[in-house]
Design a protein. Sequence first.
Length: 167
Amino acid sequence: MGTQAERKALLFFSAVLVLGTATRVYRATQPRSTVDGAARSALESQIKAADSARKAGRKPKRGRKQKAPPPRPGPVDLDVATAEEIESLRHIGPALARRIVADRDSFGPFGSREGLLRVKGIGPSMVGKLDTSVTFSLLPRPNNTVIPRRSELPKASRKPYPRDTRS
């Protein structure tokens, strides 16, 4: 016939088949359980509500979308606005609004559209899109207090070695 392991596997599968068949036969011969009246009426009211929503033409909700904040009537002053006010602008999401506020808190007010360019994620095209919807009320931080990047520092001149000055 086969090895002892093959016989054990065949016996196991046969037992599973017999138990599965016996379970199906038992369930088929038993009367169906009745659902109590309260549960049935609750189910029917839910079905009616779903059907009325379909007839009304509403689409089912998918995911949790947050409503966009209502548009502001006038321009937003980026030198004093909160993150929520900045987020109400078109093309500005929550992450960019937080970066704008963090940059303003760290380096001072922007003062102009050029000052807004220092925020990561805002380039000339974004400033152009925001041009009519933002204002700046405070004076920008003086340029001489900005610490330049290492690549922008002038290179140190090398002093000649004494051996280079000999003739």
